[in-house]
Ligand binder design. Structure first.
Ligand code: FEO
Length: 402
């Protein structure tokens, strides 16, 4: 069922209440998601994006109840990823000649996925398309936000920016607009989305935000492709993105660890005690990696000014969970974050050295060789761990003051 956004612009996407994982199993979506598709009915009827493939049949059936498919004059594919283009193969069987406006890169991604030679019309930033009643669509390429093929489409007069993935959230709701949902949940999901998907492209994003602002387009509504539509003060999410894209951090330090027989866990807690003693204003949190949602943990890293990460040594190496998490940290290209490491060992004790190498390669500023502890920590060793926490907190505090 379509829902009105403003004037002749409608939402007719899919709310996916059940979704728990996205991008295969790579990203947790604890609040589900939505795939937002939009219909603009002016002298020309315009469809912007579709939905994920499993919902394609249901989507096209619903669309056909709202509009004679042959009356769709224009399709806009802002991005080729399957969660937005997934209904095209079914839809285009009904209307094979309808033009699909997209970037040159989107032609590649759509052809590469669906192996169809649809009526592609390539657009670039600044290109305009009249749709009647004095309204135009203006296209803005958004390469690497988050695919090379991404773009946004702006509708004049109604002043809507159809931003595709940018400004989205994996957040299932029956409410269309940002002011109608729990604000805490909304911003938590928006930040998780940014930290886990867009963070590697922060530098590009900063430039793109400046470019969009310099176009001088009035923006009354930001209609994303996931989650709620930003209709109430839409620039608030643009301002958030400006902050998040600028080496974002809060006054937070987190201690993350993997453990086998709890030695490294005890050290983690003692290091956190030491940090708290020196930096009581900072929020200090401790996470057992294997008992945490790794994507929520990424959001915690995103918020942190420093992380302390620990693994015991196993087979001359790290726990696979810790190594895998650092791989994810590297992918997400965090900047301006400090790190220290720790770990228990019984025999060879390579974990701290390896942690330092991996975290350094992942772009973290390493403080020293780390805190190593042989066997399970006794009282004296636990006190040493507290002292280590105090030591690293002091170093970080001094660095902040400078
Ligand atoms: Fe929501 Fe990049 O797809």
């Amino acid at each position: 069922m379509k829902k009105a956004i403003v004037n002749n612009v409608f939402w007719l996407g899919k709310v996916d209440w059940e979704l728990k994982k996205f991008h295969g199993d790579e990203l947790t979506t604890n609040h589900g998601s939505t795939y937002n598709s939009y219909l603009i009915c002016e002298e020309k009827n315009v469809l912007i994006d579709t939905v994920w493939m499993p919902f394609a049949g249901e989507y096209v059936d619903n669309l056909a109840k709202e509009i004679d498919l042959n009356q769709i004059d224009i399709i806009i594919a802002n991005h080729g990823e399957v969660d937005h283009s997934g209904a095209l193969p079914i839809l285009m069987k009904y209307i094979p000649d309808t033009p699909i406006y997209c970037t040159a890169n989107a032609v590649q991604s759509l052809k590469g996925q669906y192996h169809q030679d649809w009526n592609f019309q390539i657009v670039k930033t600044g290109d305009k398309l009249e749709i009647g009643n004095g309204k135009e669509l203006i296209f803005v390429e958004m390469p690497m936000l988050h695919w090379p093929d991404s773009m946004a489409t702006y509708l004049t007069k109604d002043n809507i920016l159809f931003s595709n993935d940018a400004f989205g959230q994996h957040y299932a709701t029956d409410k269309l607009f940002n002011n109608l949902v729990d604000q805490c949940d909304l911003f938590k999901e928006a930040m998780k989305y940014y930290a886990n998907i867009l963070n590697p492209f922060s530098q590009i994003l900063r430039k793109k935000l400046e470019e969009v602002i310099s176009l001088g387009l009035a923006i009354d509504i930001i209609a994303t492709s996931h989650g709620v539509i930003w209709k109430d003060n839409p620039m608030q999410i643009v301002e958030k993105y400006s902050q998040w894209a600028d080496n974002y951090q809060e006054n937070q330090i987190i201690v993350i660890y993997g453990t086998m027989w709890n030695g490294t866990k005890i050290i983690a807690e003692k290091i956190s005690e030491g940090i708290e003693l020196i930096d009581p204003d900072a929020e200090v949190k401790v996470f057992n990696l294997t008992k945490s949602d790794q994507n929520d943990l990424i959001t915690e890293v995103f918020k942190s000014k420093a992380i302390v990460i620990g693994s015991p040594t196993i087979n001359n190496n790290l726990l696979s969970s810790v190594a895998g998490f650092i791989h994810l940290l590297k992918e997400l290209k965090f900047k301006n974050k400090k790190a220290a490491v720790f770990g228990c060992y019984g025999w060879s004790g390579e974990s701290t050295k390896l942690l330092n190498e991996l975290l350094g390669n992942a772009g973290f500023e390493i403080i020293d060789e780390g805190f190593r502890n042989r066997w399970n920590p006794n009282e004296g060793q636990q006190s040493e761990a507290i002292e280590y926490g105090k030591k690293i907190a002091n170093i970080w505090k001094e660095a902040t003051i400078i």
